[in-house]
Design a protein around this ligand. Structure first.
Ligand code: APR
Length: 238
């Protein structure tokens, strides 16, 4: 049974499932992104070197989709939770869409990067680039240096997720760890629940199917995040 007050420390880990009801495909569903694209062709540093055009077009398609989707009630309910908990709340997302921030989440870490952002591999600057000219471009040149080809600011397979020290520090300290819409296939994200559990946190899950790490959850709510999460959060904060 979850009981929270303003001093309760909560970390929420979200995955593709929370954006599914907004119309963004998950990765591992039958019609998911990884059924239609080989990971090694579009989501590795090697692919970017070997066939940048294919990789660029794949991410340009996903960047363009951001202009057609909106946050859903699940994204919004996490804003309600953050408003209640303030700095005791941290949202860690594996999603590269911008729906959490557009919903209004602030204490937010994009551990797998962000579609909105492009990065220069030469001067290491990042740029938020969602203007039409960038969304339709074959490649985007770095505004800062001579590099003609910015890369997506995405953590590809074989690369290190962002802000791991901050994530682990928060998970080790939290009272409640919650997973939403993630299948538990991809590490280190999938292993955060082990860290939380060892630290004594109550682990709560909301997911359409049982995730790989289902057994680590103390409380599991099976169904759609957009339907279940707003009710859960309302119960917690009332
Ligand atoms: N509500 C809740 N859960 C849902 C919903 C929904 N409406 N729709 C789908 N799901 C669940 C699915 O049952 C599945 O368990 O969301 C999960 C999505 O799993 P994945 O497609 O594996 O996505 P995710 O866990 O985010 O993948 C992790 O893998 O390829 C990488 O970098 C990519 O960040 C991604 C990582």
């Amino acid at each position: 049974m979850v009981e929270i007050n303003h001093a309760t420390k909560v970390v929420v880990l979200t995955g593709a499932g929370i954006s599914a009801e907004s119309g963004i495909k998950t990765f591992r569903a039958a019609d998911g992104l990884w059924e239609n694209h080989a990971i090694e062709d579009v989501a590795t540093p090697h692919a970017w070197k070997k066939n940048p055009e294919l990789v660029w077009n794949f991410y340009q398609g996903r960047r363009n989709q951001l202009t057609e989707v909106e946050p859903n009630p699940a994204h919004k309910s996490l804003v309600t939770l953050e408003e209640f908990l303030g700095d005791n709340f941290l949202l860690v997302t594996q999603n590269v869409d911008d729906l959490h921030s557009r919903a209004g989440s602030n204490n937010l870490i994009h551990m797998h990067g962000e579609l909105r952002i492009l990065r220069c591999e030469q001067c290491h600057e990042t740029f938020d680039m969602m203007q039409q000219e960038h969304l339709t471009a074959d490649y985007v040149a770095c505004p800062n240096c001579a590099n003609q080809r910015l890369r997506p600011h995405i953590v590809w397979f074989h690369e290190m997720p962002f802000q791991l020290p901050e994530i682990y520090a928060a998970v080790e300290e939290c009272d409640i760890f919650m997973t939403v819409g993630t299948s538990g296939h991809v590490y280190p994200a999938a292993g955060l629940i082990d860290v939380a559990k060892q630290a004594g946190a109550l682990c709560v899950g909301v997911n359409l199917d049982e995730p790989m790490n289902y057994g680590m959850h103390d409380e599991f709510h099976q169904g759609k995040a957009g339907e279940l999460l707003p009710n859960l959060v309302d119960e917690w904060v009332s």
